[in-house]
Write a protein that binds this ligand. Sequence first.
Ligand code: PLP
Length: 399
Amino acid sequence: MAGVSSVPFAPSRSPLTTKLEGFGTTIFGEMTSLALDTGAINLGQGFPDTDGPAAVLEAARAAIASGANQYPPGRGVPELRAAVAEHQRRWYGLAVDPDAEVLVTAGATEAIAATVLALCSPGDEVVVLEPYYDSYAATIALGGAVRRPVTLRWPDFALDAASLEAAFSDRTRLLLLNNPHNPTGRVLTADELATVARIARERDVVVVTDEVYEHLTFDGRVHVPLATLPGMAERTVTISSAGKTFSVTGWKIGWLHARADLVDAITTVKQFLTYVNGGPFQPAVAAGLALPDAVFRQAATDLQERRDLLVSGLSAAGMDVVVPEGTYFVVADAAPLGVTDATSFCLRLPELAGVVAVPMAAFYDDATPARSLVRFACCKRPEVIAEASHRLATLKTHQ
Ligand SMILES: Cc1ncc(COP(=O)(O)O)c(C=O)c1O
């Protein structure tokens, strides 16, 4: 047994890089484990519990059967890059060169990471809307950059032009936008988008827009990509992904499009992150993007019905609810139930009501404006939302 020490290994400090100190496990992973451990209904993490279009699933099976199982080209298979460009033309009238201006990525997450890491140097500042999707903060930190949050406030979560302007400095390199917005469910108005575009032009910064919920807008709202505004195509990196649009969140096929030199810079980083991913899923997503408009619209209509069910359920449970304009999420204020700390409330919710949700505090630098706010996912089957609503209705009697 020579060389085997009986002294237990006790590291003197955390092995995690200081860049990610305080990030730990994502709140979604934590809440999903809680749902699995307790058998509670998981309205925490945003993933659908039904399959998307059969044609997309079948195309992936066919791609595997036909041998598309090795590394795809670095920028993505040509048919997916062409399909992304054609999708942007068909839905938004944007002219995108599939060879020079499109990059396929491992989900929107990698697109965001590669973009921030490629375009920011240590000490640069990135303006983000707060609450923000959790990977934004971690990615900015990994790049050694500094985030400058602009807070959207309950209950209307409007983007205030003066606060946005005030977040900029001489070090601002990027504005990282998310529209439709997770977790608030906001779809930015034409005025808000025009303000973003004006400030980006005046400050001469690149805007990175995460538009993964582009097809999930409600009540007739139409998604407007920032890149369609005057002067914005050349300074916008537009990011989306197949996960939400086709209910295939596990496939992790995303993409971005931007000016050719921006795509070249981002590709330089991307090649050292994953190089490539999802060989057989890429042609399947290309097939999905070519599906008729009605398929995309039906997905939004179905989700809107689920949103309505969940909004009614949360209201009936005694919470104040803002009706979301898009995305998978509904934000509710649990203050009327006597809740002052949504994080401890969410940790107890499986036991109290057999439901898992996410405290909005997880999406803020300073969570003061979100103390009693909770995010619920509505991308579940109607019967699951009905059962969750039934369970949540008991909360009133616990007061
Ligand atoms: C706003 C936002 N951006 C990005 C992602 C991640 O997308 P993907 O799974 O394609 O990496 C999500 C997933 O929930 C999201 O809500």
